[in-house]
Design a protein around this ligand. Structure first.
Ligand code: 6PG
Length: 487
């Protein structure tokens, strides 16, 4: 048997796996790698890993025999059944106290289950979000680990060494919580990622259709935006995208088919929001916007049948003003989106029994991940001021910015409606903002209607909460009311 000298094993040499291994190696950890198609192990060792201390294994047995105990085995395979199958095949070679880490985009309920199942076998499970794509994995991702807290001390030094660091050197990786908490936070991260990307897309289309900006002009506008409140990775890469030319010298962006793909994490966030009764509307709209974009053929037909307003461009003398309105609309909508994401995290604490460190989550997202931005530093500050903050929009910094910019946000949307440009995320953000700040919503009428047709009862403004009343609206109904359960 080989000598057990490796600090960690990694299974799955796809893009993320390979880059995490190289990153761990850079930080002095000795990694042993395994891939189901074993030729990939040899290719990796001969190529990307050449000259490093990385070792290879051609079977799970060999992999486990090369690991120091307690063994740390990280799985980087496609989320779903493959993870269960991989864990199953590993079991014969693991001993009590060993640690299995799943670093894919797994569904948090699977991670809840796997933590429990492995604990019953005396093994420790960590389900961790890893964000930042190829480059992040290689040079510093954001890492969001959850699972069995007993495993954290053994994994912490590796994860915090390879993670991205914020300006003061703090790693973008800390313990998130038990069971599926890490994957839950990663899921919400991805939902917010969908929201950010949709908002940027809407700003792009509004400026394109409203002003006829060219890709080069977009590059300049986005470069400018990236210097201020919108400073973020997604604005930065969009700037680069606008500047990229195809072989014929034309901007590539203008040649890309407008149908968006998705792997499901945004949808999971929206489903979970519905399950928890949380109005996470912007992520929901962002998922639906991708679905609508995918109906390209139908849209081509509809574009010739259904009329919009007569497309007037924004007058040239208002160009700078309009660009600024759109920037503010994007910033305000982004604040709403993150506030909604944090509302979902708050509700998950109650439903799942987790205690999530909200400022810590902002810090983990501050660097390394796809949604990294200066703005997350402001969110961190808000939770540092008040860790119990119910809603981000109520923090002085955010309410101040919204109060200052809301008029411009509305103007941008009025232009969008007049131009016939679809802005589902901008619009739902404003609808949420107006709903959230409205003391009296029309739900009184809705409750009256429910009571009218189904005797569902209602509460009254002039009576204590929790007392339910029924009115015999027509004089024909009985006196029996329906139960008051709520979904
Ligand atoms: C990350 C990303 C990543 C995600 C891709 C694709 O944090 O690095 O969120 O995990 O899988 O961005 O997501 P979609 O295919 O659903 O857009």
């Amino acid at each position: 048997m080989a000598e057990a000298t490796c600090d960690i094993g990694l299974i799955g040499l796809a893009v993320m796996g390979q880059n995490l291994v190289l990153n761990m190696n850079d930080h002095g950890f000795k990694v042993c790698v395994f891939n189901r198609t074993t030729s990939k192990v040899d290719e990796f060792l001969a190529d990307e890993a050449k000259g490093t201390q990385i070792e290879g294994a051609h079977s799970l047995e060999e992999l486990c025999s090369k690991l120091k105990t307690p063994r740390r085995v990280m799985i980087m395979v496609k989320a779903g059944d493959v993870v269960d199958k991989t864990i199953e095949s590993l079991l014969p070679y693991l001993e009590k106290g060993d640690i299995v880490i799943d670093g894919g985009n797994s569904l948090f309920t699977d991670s809840n289950r796997r933590t429990k199942e492995l604990a019953e076998k005396g093994l420790h499970y960590i389900g961790t979000g890893v964000s930042g794509g190829e480059e992040g994995a290689r040079f510093g991702p954001s890492i969001m680990p959850g699972g069995d807290p007993a495993a954290w001390p053994a994994v912490k030094p590796i994860f915090q060494a390879i993670a991205a660091k914020v300006e003061d050197g703090t790693p973008c990786c800390d313990w998130v919580g038990e069971g599926g908490a890490g994957h839950y936070v990663k899921m919400v991260h991805n939902g917010i990622e969908y929201g950010d990307m949709q908002l940027i897309g809407e700003a792009y289309q509004l400026l394109k259709d409203g002003l006829g900006l060219t890709a080069d002009e977009f590059e300049a506008v986005f470069a400018e935006w990236n210097k201020g409140e919108l400073d973020s990775y997604l604005i930065e890469i969009s700037t680069t995208i606008f500047g990229k030319k195809d072989d014929d010298g034309q901007p590539i962006i203008d040649k890309i088919l407008d149908t968006a793909g998705q792997k499901g994490t945004g949808k999971w966030t929206a489903i979970d929001a519905l399950d928890n009764g949380m109005p996470v509307t912007l992520i929901g709209e962002s998922v639906f916007a991708r679905c609508l974009s995918a109906l390209k053929d139908e849209r081509v037909v509809a574009s010739k049948v259904l009329h919009g307003p007569k497309q007037e461009k924004i007058p040239a003398e208002h160009k700078a003003e309009f660009i600024e309105e759109v920037r503010r609309a994007l910033y305000c909508s982004k604040m709403v989106s993150y506030a909604q994401g944090y509302m979902l995290l708050r509700s998950a604490e109650k439903v799942q029994g987790w205690t999530l460190n909200m400022g810590g989550v902002a810090l983990m997202w501050r660097g390394g991940c796809i949604i990294r931005s200066a703005f997350l530093g402001d969110i961190k500050k808000a939770f540092d001021k008040d860790e119990k903050l119910t809603n981000l929009l109520l923090d002085d910094f955010f309410s101040g910015a919204l109060n200052k910019y809301q008029a411009s946000w509305r103007k941008a949307l009025i232009h969008a409606i007049e131009l016939g440009v679809p802005t589902p995320a901008f619009s739902t953000a404003l609808a949420f903002y107006d709903g959230y700040r409205t003391e009296r919503l029309p739900a009184n009428l809705l409750q009256a209607q429910r009571d009218f047709f189904g005797a569902h009862t209602y509460e009254r403004l002039d009576k204590p909460r929790g007392e339910f009343f029924h009115t015999n609206w027509t004089g024909r109904g009985g006196r029996v009311s329906s139960t008051t359960y709520n979904a």
